[in-house]
Design a protein around this ligand. Structure first.
Ligand code: FE2
Length: 203
């Protein structure tokens, strides 16, 4: 037995996710299925890892490698989407509270933060995150190309902007910039500020 684990189940969506401004129920339902897929994959891979005989031949290392790379993709997909779904359903605007203070302190203004996040989202293949980096003691907008690239150690994501086509193609076609605007319009900053408080981040 290489490892033990508990199976997890997908979190349910808040009803507000089906009433977003500009991001359709159809998109959210399809997107949620992808998230459920990551949850199932995570359980499946951990089960397989549990069955790997680590005492057997060298072949096992390539098996472990493949499973662990796949696991990072599945777990990344779970974490990214749980943030994404949880902090949508609000009315956007300018962030208030401690998160608003952090944004102004670390980016100069809300407009500068949004401009940087949008540019990061336009440049990323999969994700853009606003994360609090505990070593730097400040917010950064980090870029992601996939579910498992490029996490930064000791940084806590507070905003997760999904820019994979599956997040917007049904509603916006190829117009990713319009989708990013709508994503920001639907952000619930109360949720983000709850996380700021929960994690003990201070401005
Ligand atoms: Fe996604």
């Amino acid at each position: 037995m290489a490892t033990t684990f508990e199976e997890i189940t997908a979190r349910e969506l808040k009803p507000a996710l089906f009433e977003l401004d500009g991001i359709s129920r159809e998109t959210i339902e399809a997107h949620y299925k992808l998230y459920q897929g990551y949850v199932n994959k995570r359980n499946e891979i951990l089960g397989k890892l549990g069955g790997v005989d680590l005492a057997s031949a060298n072949q096992v290392y390539s098996d472990v490698r493949a499973l662990k790379v796949e696991l990072s993709f599945a777990i990344g997909g779970i974490k990214n989407h749980e943030i994404y779904f949880e902090h949508l359903g609000g009315s956007g605007g300018d962030p208030a509270g401690v998160f608003g203070d952090l944004v102004k302190r670390d980016f100069g203004s809300v407009g500068d933060w949004k401009a940087d996040l949008k540019a990061t989202g336009m440049g990323g293949r999969g994700w853009a995150w606003t994360a609090y980096d505990w070593d730097e003691g400040r917010l950064f907008n980090y870029i992601g190309d996939a579910q498992n690239s490029y996490p930064i150690w000791n940084a806590t994501p507070l905003v997760a902007l999904d820019v994979y086509e599956h997040a917007y193609f049904i509603d916006f076609g190829t117009d990713r910039a319009a989708y990013i605007e709508k994503f920001l319009d639907n952000l619930d900053y109360d949720v983000v500020n709850d996380w700021v408080q929960k994690y003990g981040i201070r401005a």
